[in-house]
Each structure stands twice: as structure tokens, then as C-alpha cells.
Design a protein around this ligand. Structure first.
Ligand code: 5AD
Ligand code: SF4
Length: 446
């Protein structure tokens, strides 16, 4: 059926596709794989859905809002489908979660693929089936995707998958139900990909997984800190980062591997979620406020210049005013470079969704504003302290707002914008910071 429709739009080789990605880096990297599969079929990427024959929406289910954004986008795609012959595929975490329900609710969708099934995409687009296709099976083992097939968005910074899935079952989190249990990629394959990327000229690699700290090489049993040390030894690699870490699994040997390495950036995203030990217990996070703060002290002792970021949830069921104040005080104490903050929203299958969502919406909104206002003050103060300093910036591209301005990241993963008559894309620049806002730095090349 899909094949026939594709034929109407021309053959597969003339087909144009557009992928819209919602959600995390894992999804971004999956979209790069999907694009690679379609390109191998001869199809061409298109910048706009209007000009495409195949529209793929890679979805995120982590919060209610992420789902709403997807449905609103899907509505726009339905309008395109009314005007022209186009195939619409829904993939990713919402696809995994709701499977056939999506087809029942939105009959104009042509296929559904979950995050563990992108290898079925070629067959699906070439299939002769009459019925719509749903591909959401789980596999127990890690299936490697040929890295050379990945069609990467950036020529400068590349994602390298280390593991998939999650075993932690934080009470609020949908991920174990959309991405399944932990599966680790063999270390040899990870290191080979880092070597190949470096040879191709990539300056930065970001090791990816839902919980990279729990990594174990399925062949040798070696840990994440060993992987970091080995990646650090790859000739020519410039910057190595990794995401996401979990405080429960963040051991001293990882911190020591970071501080002892030459190429591993002194930067860490370490989601705290709440500053209150009682909320953390209810969230099933496996650490207390003090344990989290101990990790931060250990990191700062080893790397005084480390840049830290975190995730915060406000309004978790039963969160009292006192418990919320502890989240504010943890921000004040740690003084993160950046945070991502969210209102709690109940998600299907999770333990927390079986409790009453007891914090009223207005209170959640107020708490989120308080968190963001405090963090903004902290960031303004910190960023001002950087004015006058010169730092190494990896230039990732041009600013979307002003084509005269280049945009990159410093070692601490802060956005740094600078003007230059010379093309810096894909190169490191020494930038002197001249001014700042709360969310970015502005500078000039020295
Ligand atoms: N409600 C609000 N925020 C959530 N997150 C995960 N699940 C929920 C939820 N049910 C946030 C956490 C996580 C980030 C990716 O999303 O802070 O670290
Ligand atoms: Fe969203 Fe989580 Fe799926 Fe990433 S893994 S896309 S954050 S639900």
C-alpha cells in the first residue's frame, strides 16, 4: 500500500522525505538513523513537509506537553495530506506507547514504528501490504545500526550511542515503558565509531544513553569510567561529553576518569529532580539531597572549573511548600550553569500516576516561575563574571537570527555567539567575552 502510494508520487528514488523530531538527544540521533535508512533507499531529504512525499514525526512522551506538541503538529500535517498525496509515519516514544490507538484516533496516519524497530523502516516503505503497519516489538539485545549509514545533521559534533533503555523506574518516568530495559552496546563498536568520526573530522563526540553511568561492556563487563578513559585515548578527538548521568550510579571512578582525561569536558548534566530527600524517596531516585551534594563537592574538588546543569520537577504529588523550598535552596547551593525545569505531569503506566496529582496547577505554575526566576539570577551573576575572560569555543554554525554571527559552545556547554569575517564553522575559536544574557554569552575572536 505504501509502496503504491509512493509510486504515485514518483518512485522511491524520487521520493522526498521530511523528519520532524521532538524530545531528547536519543530521538535526534534516531532521526539521523531514519534519515540514513531513507537515503540508502535513494530518497532525498527535504527542508519542508509541504514539499515532501513522506513525513515522519519522531515523538516524545516524557511529559503531557511533549505529547500535545506532537498532536498539534500532526494536525498541521493532516492539512497537508488533504491537499496532496503524502505518507505520514509516526515513530518514537508516543508511537511505542499508544500503538494502534494512534491509528484509531488519527486514521490518516499510515504507519507506526517504536524506537526499537527502525530496522523495519525499509521494509515498511517498500511493502505491498494493504493494511496499515504497526512495528513496536521489543528486543532483549542491543542491535547495532551501521554507523556509516547515519545521516548526521552536524559535521562538527556527533552523537555516539552507548546504551539504550532504562531500568530505574523513577516513579514519574515513562521511559522504561517507551524505550524498554537497559541494553548496552559493545565497547569495541563505540570506540570504533569515535575513531571513525574523528577521522572524518568531527571535533566533538557526545556519548549517549538514558543512564550512561550504569554502562557495562556486554563482552568484557568493563565500566563507563573505563570507556571514558579509552575514548580519551583516541587520536585526534578534541572534546568528549556524555549524557545522561544518574546520581545513584555516579561513582568516584567516573569523576576521576573525567578529571584525569585530557579530552573529556569538565561539564556534567546531573539531574537532581528535587532538593528534598522525602520527595526524592517518593520519586524512587535512590539518593538523598546530602548524597547529591556530596557528589557535587567531590566533582568540584577534582575539577574546580566544572560546569554543572540539572533537571528539576516541581509539583510532584504531595510536594509541600517546605519540600519545594528545599529545591530552591539546592539551586542556591550548587549554582548550576543551566537547568531544565518542568511541572510534574502524570504519565501512563508510572507509579506516580496512580497517586493523586495533588499539587494544584496554579501552584505548580507559581513554583516553576520561582525556580526559573532564581536560576535566571544565578546565571546572570555567573555569566557576568565571565565578561572579559577568553575561552575556547567550538563553532557549530551560524546564528539563526543573524547570519553574520557565529554560534558555538564553550567547554561548559554554554552558548557563545561571536562575529567574525572569517568562517569558523567546525573550528575552535578563542573568544573574549564582551557581554552576556542569562542564557548565552557574546564575544569577539582574539
Ligand atoms: N513530569 C514532569 N517532568 C518529567 N520529566 C520526566 N518525567 C516527567 C514527568 N512525568 C523530566 C525529568 C527528566 C526530564 C527529561 O524530564 O526532569 O529528567
Ligand atoms: Fe522523550 Fe524520553 Fe523518549 Fe527521549 S526517551 S524522546 S525524553 S520520552
Amino acid at each position: 500500500m505504501l509502496k503504491d502510494r509512493m509510486k504515485k508520487t514518483g518512485d522511491l528514488k524520487k521520493m522526498k522525505f521530511h523528519i520532524r523530531t521532538f524530545g531528547c538527544q536519543m530521538n535526534e540521533n534516531d532521526s539521523e538513523r531514519i534519515a540514513g535508512i531513507l537515503k540508502a533507499e535513494g530518497a532525498k531529504p527535504s527542508a519542508s513537509p509541504e514539499e515532501s512525499d513522506l513525513i515522519i514525526i519522531n515523538t516524545c512522551a516524557v511529559r503531557e506537553k511533549s505529547e500535545e506538541k506532537f498532536y498539534s503538529y500532526l494536525g498541521k500535517m493532516a492539512l497537508i495530506k488533504k491537499r496532496k498525496n503524502v505518507v505520514i509515519g509516526v515513530v518514537g516514544c508516543v508511537a511505542q506507547l499508544y500503538k494502534s490507538e494512534i491509528l484509531e484516533r488519527k486514521p490518516f496516519v499510515d504507519f507506526i514504528i517504536g524506537p526499537d524497530n527502525y530496522n523495519t523502516l525499509s521494509d515498511i516503505v517498500r511493502s505491498d501490504h494493504e493494511e496499515k503497519i504497526i512495528s513496536t516489538n521489543w528486543s532483549q539485545t542491543f542491535h547495532d545500526f551501521p554507523p556509516e549509514k547515519i545521516f548526521r545533521k552536524s559535521r562538527v559534533s556527533a552523537y555516539v550511542t552507548v546504551m539504550e533503555g532504562c531500568d530505574n523506574f523513577c516513579s514519574y518516568c515513562i521511559v522504561p515503558y517507551t524505550r524498554g530495559r537497559e541494553k548496552f552496546r559493545p565497547m569495541k563498536a563505540i570506540l570504533q565509531e569515535v575513531r571513525d568520526l574523528t577521522r572524518e573530522g568531527y571535533k566533538e563526540t557526545q556519548l549517549l544513553g538514558q543512564n550512561v553511568n550504569s554502562y557495562r561492556d556486554p563482552e568484557s563487563g568493563r565500566s563507563f569510567s573505563f570507556l571514558l578513559k579509552e575514548a580519551d585515548r583516541v587520536n585526534g578527538v578534541e572534546w568528549i561529553r556524555f549524557i545522561t548521568s544518574h546520581p545513584k550510579d555516579f561513582s568516584r571512578d567516573i569523576a576521576e576518569a573525567m578529571s584525569g582525561a585530557e579530552k573529556v569536558c569538565h561539564q556534567l548534566h546531573l539531574p537532581v529532580q528535587s532538593g528534598s530527600s522525602s520527595v526524592l524517596k517518593r520519586m524512587n531516585r535512590g539518593y538523598t539531597r546530602d548524597k547529591y551534594l556530596d557528589i557535587i563537592s567531590m566533582l568540584r574538588n577534582l575539577m574546580p572549573d566544572i560546569s554543572l546543569s540539572t533537571d528539576i520537577i516541581v509539583g510532584y504529588p504531595g510536594e509541600t511548600e517546605e519540600e519545594f523550598q528545599e529545591t530552591l535552596s539546592v539551586l542556591d547551593e550548587v549554582r548550576f550553569t543551566n537547568i531544565f525545569s518542568f511541572r510534574y505531569s502524570p504519565r501512563p503506566h508510572t507509579a506516580a500516576s496512580r497517586q493523586k496529582d495533588s499539587v494544584p496547577l496554579e501552584k505548580k505554575k507559581k513554583r516553576l516561575i520561582q525556580v526559573q526566576a532564581l536560576q535566571k539570577e544565578i546565571q546572570v551573576e555567573f555569566n557576568k563574571s565571565l565578561v572579559g575572560k577568553t575561552m575556547k569555543v567550538l563553532c557549530l554554525g551560524k546564528s539563526k537570527k543573524d547570519p553574520q554571527v557565529y554560534s558555538g559552545r564553550n567547554e561548559g556547554y554554554q552558548v557563545v555567539n561571536f562575529k567574525s569575517s572569517e568562517d569558523f564553522i567546525g573550528r575552535f575559536a578563542d573568544v573574549r567575552i564582551t557581554s552576556c544574557g542569562p542564557y548565552s554569552l557574546i564575544g569577539e575572536v582574539v
